[in-house]
Design a protein around this ligand. Structure first.
Ligand SMILES: C[S@@+](CC[C@H](N)C(=O)[O-])C[C@H]1O[C@@H](n2cnc3c(N)ncnc32)[C@H](O)[C@@H]1O
Length: 243
């Protein structure tokens, strides 16, 4: 049996996806309000930046992996228009269901696919752009997921990875204090689940740095990768071009 991390805990690989599922089953109903509270609304700006960088055209085909409650998918849909396609996907039924309902409430009906990023049920070269927002960190085999995303992007297409990253050193202590003392308390108070938000803080610490992730995206088949640090590296946007 191979071991991996679930936050700071060492778990069997087979158990990790179950534990991650438990986290998102638990937080799904309060996911959006928690995002606003924890990030002081900044997650909206990070996502808006990613959507601007995506520079989509009318008619483009987009896959949003780990799409959760659908923020990115919704913004992409307005850009590709009725002649384009945005597939909203996630491994977690509770998150996907919540996202689909939110999208429908906003008048946006998208194809919704329950699937694991490590085994994408799409043909090779289907999409102009694949995105993964705050999802890669939770995946057991990140290289396998990136390889799958690369497979389903057409030659010349792009990958966007928006994810928590390594914050600039002067902010490190304050950020750690906030992450380990404040986040779990807000999680306990609002979502009645401090442990899931402790996992969030731990998983961010174990996620590859900007440079490490850049190498991983390159190895997955994206010949050119740009890295955009947002909010002093609290978040990074990796943009890969398949060339
Ligand atoms: C923090 S949420 C991000 C949701 C949304 N993209 C956003 O930015 O708000 C992480 C999502 O990743 C999903 N996820 C975790 N492992 C996954 C996997 N192997 N394949 C697909 N989705 C996965 C979770 O179910 C969850 O909905």
């Amino acid at each position: 049996m191979t071991e991996t991390h679930f936050g700071y805990e060492r778990v069997d690989e087979a158990a990790k996806s179950e534990r991650v599922r438990g986290v998102f089953d638990s937080v799904a109903p309060k996911y959006d309000v928690m995002n606003d509270l924890m990030s002081f609304g900044l997650h909206r700006a990070w996502k808006a930046y990613a959507v601007a960088v995506a520079n989509l055209r009318v008619g483009d085909k987009v896959l949003d992996v780990a799409g959760g409650t659908g923020d990115l998918a919704r913004s992409f849909a307005t850009r590709v228009g009725p002649s384009g396609v945005v597939v909203h996907s996630d491994i977690n039924e509770a998150m996907l269901r919540h996202g689909r309902d939110r999208l429908l409430d906003a008048g946006v009906a998208l194809p919704t696919v329950l699937c694991d990023a490590e085994r994408l049920p799409f043909s090779t070269g289907t999409f102009d752009l694949v995105s993964v927002g705050f999802g890669l960190r939770n995946m057991t085999h990140k290289e396998r997921a990136l390889a799958e995303m690369s497979r389903v992007v057409r030659a010349g297409g792009r990958l966007l990875v928006l994810e928590f990253s390594k914050v600039a050193p002067p902010l490190q202590r304050a950020y750690d204090w906030y992450s380990f003392n404040v986040l779990p308390r807000i999680g306990q108070w609002i979502a009645k689940d401090g442990d899931s938000y402790r996992y969030l803080a731990e998983s961010i610490r174990l996620h590859p740095s900007q440079d490490e992730l850049k190498s991983m995206v390159k190895s997955a088949g994206f010949g050119h990768v740009d890295v955009h640090n947002l909010s002093a590296g609290v978040v990074a946007l990796h943009v890969g071009i398949k060339c």
